[in-house]
Design a protein around this ligand. Sequence first.
Ligand code: GDP
Length: 300
Amino acid sequence: MVLAQLGGSISHTLQQMSNATIIDEKVLSDCLNEISRALLQADVQYKMVHDMQSNIKRIVNFDDLAAGHNKLGIIQQVDFIQQAIFNELCKMLDPGKPSFTPKKGKTSVIMFVGLQGSGKTTTCTQYAYYHQRKGWKPALVCVDTFRAFCQLNQNATKAKIPFYGRYTESDPVKIAAEGVERFKKENCDLIIVDTCGRHKQEAALFEEMRQVSEAMKPDLVIFVMDGSIGQAAFDQAQAFKQSVAVGAVIVTKMDGHAKGGGALSAVAATKSPVIFIGTGEHMDEFEVFDVKPFVSRLLG
Ligand code: GDP
C-alpha cells in the first residue's frame, strides 16, 4: 500500500523484491543498497542513510521472513519493509518538537538567516505574503546589502507590505533595531527581518548574525537553505545554529531537479522542523511543508 507513496526507482526495487521467492538477509541488503544509492543521489547525508539501513535491518525479523515463504507472506513482508523505510525517513524529518508558532494579532519578530543565494530574500516576501493573505499584518525589514534592499523593497511594494531599510546605514544591528521598533509601534503582528547574506560561511557573517539577533531578540530564527545544496547542508545548518538560535527551516528551489535531501541534515543539525518549502520565485510559490509528499519525492 505504501508503494504508491514511494517514487519510481525505489518502487521498482521493491517490486523486484516482492517477485523474489524468498526474502533473506541478502535480498534485503541488496534492496537497501539500491535504496541507499537513490537517497545519496537525493543528497541525504551518508551517515543518515547508513543509520536508516541499520535501523531497518534491526526491525526486520528474519524468522518471520523465513515463515513467509509463500507469495502472500512475501508481499506482506515487502509491504512491511516499505512502510519501515518510509517511517524512518519521516522520523528523520521530525525533530520531536514543533517550532514557535506566531499568533495573529500578537507581535512576533521573525529573523531569517542563510547564505547569499539560498533564496532568503525571496522567502521573506513569500512568508510575509502567505500570512498577509490570511489576514495578518506583516512588515519587512532589510538589514542586507544594497541588492537585497532593492529586491525586498520592490517585492514589498508589489505586495503592499510595509518595508523598512536604509542602504546608507552600514550598521545592520542599528537598522534591525530601528525597523523592529517602528513596526511594533505600528502594531504589525509579523515583523520579518531579512539579515545579511554572504557567499561563504565566514566568521564575520556569524558574528553579525549573533549581534543582530541579540539586539532584536527574535521570537523565531528561520534558517533558509537551497534545496539543491547537497551534502554541504549539515555543516552549513550547524554553523548557523552555533551562532543564533535557529528554530525552523525553510527549503527553497524545490521546483528544480533537486530532491532536497539536505533538509534531513538541516533538521538534524538544527533540531528544528522544516515549516515551508519554496517552489518558485513568485510570491505565491510557497507551501506549508508536508512530510509525506516530501519523503515520496526523496525516494523517487
Ligand atoms: P538570497 O541571496 O538568499 O537573498 O537569495 P534570493 O532570494 O535573492 O534568491 C537567489 C536567486 O534564487 C534569485 O534569482 C531568486 O529568484 C531565486 N529563487 C529563490 N527562491 C527560489 C525558488 O524557490 N525556486 C527558484 N527556481 N528560484 C528561486
